[in-house]
Design a protein around this ligand. Structure first.
Ligand SMILES: Cc1ncc(COP(=O)(O)O)c(C=O)c1O
Length: 389
């Protein structure tokens, strides 16, 4: 088969591949502890499920407007005014099946050959994949273990050129678990405002899973609303990964272009999922709080456990539900560590270099699993590393 050459530029998200490998081993009778996949292990709160079921029964099973149901766009705008303190309205909102399409569409709409896009590295692998696919040049913004996985903003300032059109930030961050401070966001905003024609895509999908302080959106700084595309969704905050529902909040002049990409690809997000999402935003938030309490306990368990393993160091995650330990002191590469963890210890986790070149020497553990399973996984990893000799 002769494929279009652009297919060579498309990367992937290895979490799904590692999950598939784990399933093969499980089918052979091996017990695997899953710390690879990035989704909350909680069920969608009941009142949201009920709203979805009711919507299905009421016949919300047809196409809807491509940009999203007006009631949901309204609820998203209202929620963002309250939670992020930004001045926005429904005309700025585009609803998509999961948040990933927003990433895809924004990069396709803004990046092209000759354009540079700055993105976090280690970072969510789809950013780099999409930048390459669009023909743009990916420019990594390195997150440093020595700075608890925050970027060096002097270095960022050097990386911004006349070719920069988009800067991607992700806070709290996957895979590093770091969260940008208000001061850091302000510095980034000031760098962006120094030049015309630079936009920020602010991936805030983990905003509700933050262990200390408050979430700040870069869009809330003066004059940043017109330069920022907020990416968010329902997957992580409300444990709704399978409902496939996300959204972007963006400058109104970008909206028709993002809608055009959506009409060319997905037509619209599932209408009953959108009804459920209205219930998620407007209903009780205690499910989000309960998840955060549990993740806080697991964060302690995972960080302490990893720090007790010889050859491993691990900054404390500030948000999301990932730990990103440095495993270089064990003498194994990231790929070897991933492989041996799966095959010898029965623990599925991800090699850090799946998140970019600066992830080599690290692995990612998702602590979206029970405390009991996390403890067992840590014991097995400890034994595996000690047996390396
Ligand atoms: C940083 C980041 N952004 C976006 C997404 C996509 O979320 P969704 O499932 O809503 O498409 C993920 C999912 O893992 C993520 O980690």
């Amino acid at each position: 088969m002769t494929l279009a050459s652009r297919m060579n530029d498309l990367g992937t998200e290895t979490a799904f591949e590692v999950l598939a490998k784990a399933k093969v081993l499980e089918a052979q009778g091996k017990e695997i502890i899953h710390l690879e996949i990035g989704e909350p292990d909680f069920d969608t709160p009941k009142h949201i499920v009920e709203a979805g079921v009711e919507a299905l029964r009421d016949g919300h099973t047809h196409y809807g407007p491509t940009a999203g149901l007006p009631e949901l766009r309204e609820a998203i705008a209202r929620n963002s005014r309250e939670v992020r303190g930004i001045d926005t309205n429904p005309e700025h909102v585009v609803v998509t099946p999961g948040a990933k399409p927003i990433m895809f569409y924004v990069i396709l709409a803004l990046s092209e050959p000759g354009v540079e896009v700055i993105y976090p590295n280690p970072g969510f692998p789809i950013y780099e994949s999409m930048i390459r696919f669009s023909g743009g040049t990916p420019v990594p913004m390195r997150l440093l273990e020595s700075k608890a996985y925050h970027p060096d903003l002097d270095d960022l300032a050097q990386k911004i050129t006349s070719r920069t059109r988009l800067i991607i930030i992700n806070s709290p961050e996957n895979p590093c678990g770091s969260a940008l401070t208000r001061d850091e966001l302000e510095t980034i905003a000031n760098l962006v405002k120094k030049r015309d024609g630079i936009y920020v895509m602010s991936d805030e999908i983990y905003k509700d899973i933050l262990y200390t302080g408050e979430h700040h959106s870069i869009a809330a700084f003066p004059d940043m609303g017109e330069r920022t595309i907020i990416l968010d969704g329902f997957s992580k905050s409300y444990a709704m990964t399978g409902w496939r529902l996300g959204y972007g909040i963006m400058p109104p002049e970008l909206v028709p272009h993002i809608v055009k990409l959506a009409v060319n690809s997905v037509s619209c997000a599932a209408t009953f999922s959108q009804r459920a999402a209205i219930a998620a935003l407007d209903g009780p938030q205690d499910g989000v709080q309960a998840m955060l309490v549990e993740f806080t306990l697991r964060r302690r368990l995972v960080t302490d456990g990893l720090r007790g393993i010889p050859g491993i160091t691990c900054p404390e995650p500030e948000g999301a539900f990932y730990a990103f330990p440095n495993i270089s002191g064990t003498g194994l590469s990231s790929a070897e560590f991933e492989d041996r963890s799966m095959n010898e210890a029965g623990v599925a986790l991800l090699a850090g270099n799946a998140f970019g070149e600066f992830g080599e020497g690290y692995v990612r553990l998702s602590y979206a699993n029970s405390q009991q399973n996390i403890s067992k996984a840590l014991e097995r990893l400890d034994a595996m590393v000690r047996s390396l000799g």
